[in-house]
Design a protein around this ligand. Structure first.
Ligand code: ADP
Ligand code: UDP
Length: 237
């Protein structure tokens, strides 16, 4: 498969067309951003770690019955994916309160959420990704009812699979964000699953092992991602 022109450069990944119109190449860069792109830094090895991390998780999800765009690793920092028509929506599930929900609702970080919460956000940096509900999604035509139901179902299914996967290696899956898209009538999980887009805490010490280390200037960001990858058995060689 041949790499063609750049389709889009996001905050952390670049997307390339290929000679096959059904496939794209995602290149994971070392760029790390927070606060809607206000804080940006280059972190050595992050692109490679996240590429391999996401490939590992997507494969586990596929095996457990979640359809994904992942079509294989191409190089240390690149993966081949099915080209999706992305919904401009972020699906967030939270098992433990942290981040924006604490500010928004005035709740303490670390409270267990039982049952887990589900939130939709509009993917729009200029508007700071506002929280939206299903009515907004349908009224503005960002997705139809069936797609909304499917995204919720798949996002919770991912929670069942991944809370267990992480628990088995002593990690708490605090929250995560997923993005979906449509491919030939089917709704597939797109984008990435990495510590850039989820929160992971050590189950015993509650040490943060995700992008909050970057947001909060704690240091050891990529080292924490590598620790999670090592515990899971992701091949980082
Ligand atoms: P952002 O756009 O939030 O800055 P990234 O830097 O991760 O994020 O850029 C990757 C972009 O590629 C995102 O906009 C994402 O929605 C999009 N994307 C991810 N997977 C696919 C796919 N399979 N097909 C088309 N677009 C995709
Ligand atoms: N998240 C993300 N991209 C976004 C917004 C959130 O990957 O544009 C992830 C974030 O890393 C966390 C979860 O979604 O794991 C919930 O994020 P939250 O709403 O708490 O926002 P934050 O305070 O992290 O910006």
């Amino acid at each position: 498969m041949e790499k063609r022109g750049e389709l889009y450069a996001g905050k952390a990944k670049s997307v390339y067309l290929t000679d096959d119109p059904d496939y794209l190449i995602l290149r994971y860069r070392n760029d790390t951003s927070a606060f809607d792109g206000e804080k940006v830094e280059q972190l050595d090895r992050k692109g490679e770690v996240n590429n391999k991390f996401s490939a590992f998780i997507m494969q586990k999800l596929e095996e457990a019955g979640v359809p994904t765009h992942h079509a294989g690793l191409l190089s240390a920092e690149e993966s081949r994916v099915k080209k999706l028509d992305m919904f401009p929506i972020e699906c967030v599930v939270r098992n433990i309160a942290a981040g924006s929900i604490c500010k928004r609702l005035g709740v303490e970080e670390g409270i267990d959420l039982n049952p887990p919460t589900f939130e939709f956000f509009l993917k729009n940096d200029e508007l700071h990704d506002p929280m939206i509900n299903e009515f907004h999604i349908r009224s503005f035509g960002w997705a139809g009812s069936e797609a909304v139901e499917k995204m919720k179902e798949l996002t919770f299914k991912v929670n069942d699979i991944l809370t267990q996967l992480f628990a088995a290696v002593g990690l708490l899956l605090v929250d995560y964000k997923l993005e979906f898209g449509r491919c030939k009538g089917e709704i597939l999980l797109g984008d990435e699953f990495t510590p850039d887009g989820c929160r992971l805490w050590d189950a015993e010490t509650r040490k943060k092992l995700d992008k909050d280390r970057f947001r909060q200037g704690m240091g050891g960001v990529v080292e924490a991602y590598e620790e999670v990858a090592r515990r899971l058995g992701v091949d980082l060689s």
